[in-house]
Design a protein around this ligand. Structure first.
Ligand SMILES: [Zn+2]
Length: 59
């Protein structure tokens, strides 16, 4: 699954992430625009991904 985003600075579409990390229930993708070199990150819910053995109980 490829998750692309649009540059918020120059609006270049379909930019692929350069980094991805899990952060609690979210997956954070880091992006760097090849045109204007703007950098940003987008967090997505991990439940959108098929990770069946990922369970957390808040005690
Ligand atoms: Zn840009």
């Amino acid at each position: 699954m490829t998750v692309t985003d649009t540059c918020p600075a120059c609006l270049t579409p379909a930019i692929a992430p350069v980094a991805a990390r899990a952060r609690g229930p979210h997956i954070v993708h880091g992006y760097r625009c090849p045109h204007c070199r703007h950098q940003w990150a987008t967090a997505r819910l991990a439940t959108a991904y098929p990770a069946r053995d990922y369970h957390q109980d808040a005690a």
